[in-house]
Design a protein around this ligand. Structure first.
Ligand SMILES: *[C@@H]1O[C@H](CO)[C@@H](O)[C@H](O)[C@H]1NC(C)=O
Ligand SMILES: *[C@@H]1O[C@H](CO)[C@@H](O)[C@H](O)[C@H]1NC(C)=O
Ligand SMILES: *[C@@H]1O[C@H](CO)[C@@H](O)[C@H](O)[C@H]1NC(C)=O
Ligand SMILES: *[C@@H]1O[C@H](CO)[C@@H](O)[C@H](O)[C@H]1NC(C)=O
Ligand SMILES: *[C@@H]1O[C@H](CO)[C@@H](O)[C@H](O)[C@H]1NC(C)=O
Length: 517
């Protein structure tokens, strides 16, 4: 072998390793950051009382994950549980919480890190979880729908000025544009609509190209398959439920959230650590609803949580009511999201519904209120959507239209929401156990729901924790962290020993990633 070719060989071996090593260091840094964050989160959870998930505390916080039908739950269910004067100040656009007010119901799109601003020990948390594919669809549709309202109302001359519309929010409910995540997604989508229109009018795009469909109408609106790959959507929408339950969203109160979130996005296998924290937090929540089972969720909530402060009362005769037909999930609505001056039903919340009459409210009374209200609510929402789009864009969004979307795109959404898919499966287990608790009639004594019912397959944390006890769990977490340091040292040594083992190690990691997620 000539000196030159030896040199070349060395060059080829060493240079890529340098690059790989730098990446590997980055990975180790991330690994340590994520694991120590997870350790701290587990520690904080262990400080909560044993019965935290059973006993309704002084403050009920609804952690409203966007596009999970939370507005219906808030307006039709939660707000009836407490007299109006006990509702905390409206906090969707910004947190207005004053502990000396002793308010009892707080609702917004903040993430779990809001607990750093609340009395954590005397706060019960309720949330809704939805299948992530539906949630992504819904986030797309809603972004387009609200952006389209600017289009429909001849606001195209100076679209940018409309961002200030939030000023009117005091009297009329918060403008969508002042509420995270719509404060980012809607102006971005709106600007994109205008760009596409400009291109279309200048003759640069075929208005009705082949393959035109409701979710792929690129000359009018960003197609779904493009939307899901946008950096903003990767940051804000995908795995959004997991990030929100872990307090790691783009809207977090904790400083390191962005760093941890990016680590998990860059190195998906690290997602397991935050997923574990998310599951443990779900375990500590007082109730977890499923968007797909919104009615059943509402009834269960009324029994399990409402039942702690309300008398049961009498079931209400269903036959005597004139039920409004219910619509499937795409019509489920969300927080007080109003673009300025809409002509369609954009009425402040307080005008849509009469103020709650809590006098002599019972569990069954609460359920009845929910059912009457939810039907009306969905109809209003559906109408608004139809009108918003009709005037602006040649597309319709519906459950039926969703079926046009190619399986590849759906697979991609699933892949990009691996954490949320797992969290959803976990929430389904929790939901089942709530059903059993309610059925077995122990909702009032709060039987040992956990030990009875949890499914061992999907419940890594609980099983692990129960097996070794929660203090040993912390010890094990520390071992994991130490393991990270050792791996880093080992990588350095491997670098000295040449590249073969190094490659092997990388391959292993990749395998592990697919296995775990
Ligand atoms: C909280 O409420 C109390 C009593 O209503 C008031 O004195 C105090 O200034 C409030 N704090 C803030 C930060 O608004
Ligand atoms: C959140 O995301 C938006 C859009 O990507 C970005 O403009 C904003 O700076 C982010 N905020 C934080 C705190 O990361
Ligand atoms: C909003 O409504 C007011 C009064 O109804 C009207 O004067 C104003 O022009 C409207 N603004 C927009 C942006 O449509
Ligand atoms: C509430 O109950 C009390 C006593 O049972 C009764 O006198 C009162 O009329 C009830 N109020 C309403 C609004 O039903
Ligand atoms: C959307 O729905 C309306 C009315 O239901 C219909 O007239 C229109 O053709 C539909 N557009 C598309 C793109 O399917």
């Amino acid at each position: 072998m000539s000196a030159f070719s030896t040199f070349l060989l060395l060059f080829l071996l060493v240079i890529p390793s340098y690059g790989a090593l730098a990446l590997d260091r980055q990975r180790e840094k991330c690994s340590i950051a994520v694991k120590s964050w997870a350790l701290q989160a587990v520690n904080e959870l262990s400080e909560l009382a044993e019965d935290h998930h059973k006993q309704l505390k002084e403050l009920l916080y609804f952690l409203h994950v966007p596009r999970t039908g939370g507005r219906t739950y808030h307006q039709c269910l939660l707000r009836h549980l407490y007299p109006k004067q006990q509702h905390c100040d409206r906090s969707y656009d910004k947190l207005r919480f004053n502990s000396s007010d002793h308010c009892k119901l707080l609702v917004n799109h903040d993430d779990y890190s809001i607990l750093t601003k609340l009395p954590a020990e005397s706060t019960s948390i309720v949330t809704n979880i939805r299948h992530p594919v539906d949630r992504v669809f819904s986030a797309y549709e809603f972004s387009v729908e609200v952006a389209a309202r600017f289009f429909a109302r001849n606001l195209r001359i100076k679209p940018k000025t409309q961002v200030t519309a939030a000023k009117t929010s005091k009297s009329t409910g918060s403008s969508t544009l002042s509420i995270w995540p719509w404060s980012h997604l809607v102006p971005w989508m709106r600007d994109d609509l205008f760009e596409r229109e400009k291109l279309r009018l200048s003759g640069g795009a075929d208005p009705l190209p082949l393959g035109f469909s409701n979710y792929d109408a690129s000359s009018f609106v960003m197609p779904l398959h493009e939307f899901i790959h946008q950096p903003m959507v990767v940051d804000i929408v995908h795995n959004g439920a997991t990030f929100q339950v872990t307090g790691l969203t783009n809207n977090s109160y904790i400083k390191e959230a962005g760093k941890i979130r990016n680590c998990v996005i860059d190195y998906p296998d690290l997602g397991l650590h935050i997923l574990n924290v998310a599951k443990m937090r779900i375990d500590k929540m007082i109730f977890v609803g499923l968007t797909e089972k919104h009615e059943e969720s509402a009834k269960l909530f009324a029994h399990i949580v409402g039942g702690q402060i309300l008398p049961l009362g009498q079931p209400i005769d269903i036959a005597s009511r004139n039920d409004v037909p219910t619509q499937t999930d795409s019509a489920l609505s969300d927080a007080g999201m109003l673009a300025p001056n809409s002509s369609t039903s954009e009425v402040p919340d307080s005008q849509i519904l009469p103020p709650p009459l809590e006098e002599n409210l019972t569990v069954y009374g609460l359920i009845e209120k929910y059912e009457k209200c939810a039907g009306r609510f969905k109809n209003t929402q559906r109408q608004r959507r139809t009108v918003s789009l009709k005037n602006a864009l040649p597309v319709n969004f519906s459950d039926e239209a969703r079926r046009e979307v190619l399986e590849d795109v759906l697979d991609e959404i699933r892949r990009m929401n691996a954490l949320d898919l797992e969290l959803y499966a976990y929430a389904q287990q929790r939901f089942k156990s709530q059903v059993l608790v309610q059925k077995s009639g122990v909702s009032r004594q709060f039987g040992s729901e956990h030990s009875m019912i949890w499914d061992t397959d999907t419940n890594i944390n609980e099983g692990f924790q129960q097996a070794i006890g929660s203090s040993s769990w912390i010890f094990v977490s520390m071992l994991f962290m130490a393991g990270g340091v050792v791996t880093m040292a080992a990588s350095l040594m491997v670098f000295a020993n040449g590249k073969k083992i190094f490659k092997f190690q990388k391959g292993q990691n990749r395998g592990a990633m697919h296995e775990k997620l």
